[in-house]
Design a protein around this ligand. Structure first.
Ligand SMILES: [Zn+2]
Length: 460
């Protein structure tokens, strides 16, 4: 047993699961209990005792693991899920950002973030970095934050500028000052589920002077920076990371998303300056950002995190990302001759770490979440193993990475609170929310002129 015995009424005992702690000291622990008090894990071990009033959860036929961390999602796109299933990055910019994005009202952002966060929780993602660049007014930002808060997820709200070419094509507009109000209004305490970051535009999206201004703004506010770099667009020649280096702006407080077309020298600079990375392998291969750089990052001693990016084109769950990252990186070890044995090095356990502890590191939350460790926050997921697509279990890490999907996510805790129980989100009026979500879809797609005829002709 690790940790102490505790007897209190706000305890939950998760009993008899196969515990994947992801903590290198504790390892994998079969037939093991996890004891939660309040928001924290207080003990992990066999035959733990709790008070008679404790909430006891039978975890036999369950894998017990840390919640997934999605380090980059434009949650505001939830109402237009799947609208661009086979687009290129060029088409995404024109179709999604410059057409649908400009139609957003604050109320659309609210329902997007609420439903997007609930979708994440339903799939076992307990921490989400919401890369919110639809702040067409201050009310849009307020709505985004309210949506996340209402869902009960742990989130980093990464405040970005509005959509529209004037903000994104070598823009001379500085990051909106409204982020200072948001910092004061919502993020005065570190002891809450929501944190703040700056969703920054890279040099190239903005002039060098604006990049300098925006990085200094984030540092003045004491918040982390998340930035897209290295995505290839037709006819655009930029070295986002190299330019950030020339401007003297790189540092350990920055997460670099994609890095798909970044040069080796640029990746070296990220490693040298202690930055973290977010790879979104599905979208990067779908839209042609470039080849996901997982192996190139690993070769430099960096452990990438994983992200979903956009549900307008990508499944919203972490299982897809883990599997995509695994097979994409393995085939890169393929050579052009049968005389060299195929010998990839990345494994299923690597991608599970990317989706949990490495994601926590990319959000600077690894002291709080990312592993099941006594003293850390109780962000815990129970995966069922007695269902037809996952039984029988041989290697529990393999069960999670290659067999499981959202339908097996049985119970989810965020900071010790149950948000999904026995396969159902709790305290959620889904039919009311679905109506609002469809209403947002109809507004957005109608005004963008891309609503399918069948939606307009429905009979309800
Ligand atoms: Zn993105």
């Amino acid at each position: 047993m690790i940790g102490g015995k505790l007897y209190a009424d706000d305890t939950t005992l998760i009993k008899g699961g196969y515990v994947l702690t992801l903590d290198p000291e504790l390892g994998d622990m079969p037939h093991t209990d996890v004891l939660i008090q309040g928001s924290k894990i207080v003990a992990i071990g066999q035959d733990l005792e709790a008070s008679p009033n404790a909430n006891v959860i039978d975890a036999r036929h369950r894998i017990v693991m840390p919640g997934f961390v999605d380090t980059h999602r434009h949650t505001w796109q939830t109402p237009v899920r799947g609208v661009l299933p086979s687009c290129t990055l060029d088409q995404y910019f024109s179709g999604m950002l410059d057409n649908i994005g400009i139609q957003y009202r604050a109320e659309d952002v609210y329902i997007a973030n609420l439903m997007g966060a609930l979708e994440a929780l339903n799939g076992g993602i307990t921490t989400l970095l919401d890369w919110s660049h639809v702040n067409n007014t201050p009310e849009h930002a307020d709505a985004a934050i309210h949506g996340l808060a209402e869902a009960g997820i742990r989130a980093i709200y990464a405040h970005g500028p509005p959509v529209g070419a004037s903000w994104w094509a070598y823009s001379s507009k500085e990051h909106p000052e409204d982020v200072r109000r948001i910092r004061k209004t919502y993020f005065n305490s570190d002891d809450q589920l929501l944190g703040l970051a700056l969703a920054a535009r890279a040099p190239g999206n903005v002039t060098p002077d604006v990049a300098r201004h925006d990085w200094l703004l984030a540092r003045d506010l004491g918040i982390r920076i998340s930035v897209h770099v290295g995505m290839r667009l037709t006819g655009v020649h930029v070295n986002h990371v190299g330019t950030l280096n020339e401007l003297g702006l790189m540092g350990p407080d920055t997460t670099y998303i994609h890095c798909t077309d970044s040069t080796d020298d640029e990746l070296d600079l990220i490693a040298k300056t202690g930055g973290t990375t977010s790879v979104a392998p599905y979208v990067e291969m779908l839209m042609g950002h470039g080849v996901p750089p997982t192996g190139r990052l690993l070769a430099r001693g960096m452990r990438p995190s994983l992200s979903i990016d956009v549900v307008s084109s990508v499944p919203g769950d972490m299982f897809t990302q883990m599997r995509t990252a695994l097979v994409q990186e393995r085939i890169l070890a393929f050579t052009d001759t049968p005389d060299i044995a195929f010998s990839p090095t990345i494994t299923h356990r690597d991608v599970l770490e990317f989706a949990t502890i490495d994601g926590a590191r990319a959000c600077a939350l690894d002291h709080k979440i990312g592993t099941l460790t006594p003293g850390k926050q109780a962000d815990i997921v129970l995966i069922r193993t007695d269902q037809v697509n996952v039984a029988p279990v041989v290697d529990p890490v393999a069960t999670v990475v290659i067999c499981a999907d959202t339908s097996n996510v049985d119970t989810v805790f965020v900071a010790g609170k149950i948000v999904k129980h026995r396969g159902q989100l709790v305290r959620v009026d889904m039919s009311r929310l679905l109506d609002r979500l469809s209403g947002a879809r109809d507004h957005l797609l109608s005004n963008a002129g891309v609503i399918p005829k069948w939606i307009l002709s429905r009979r309800d």
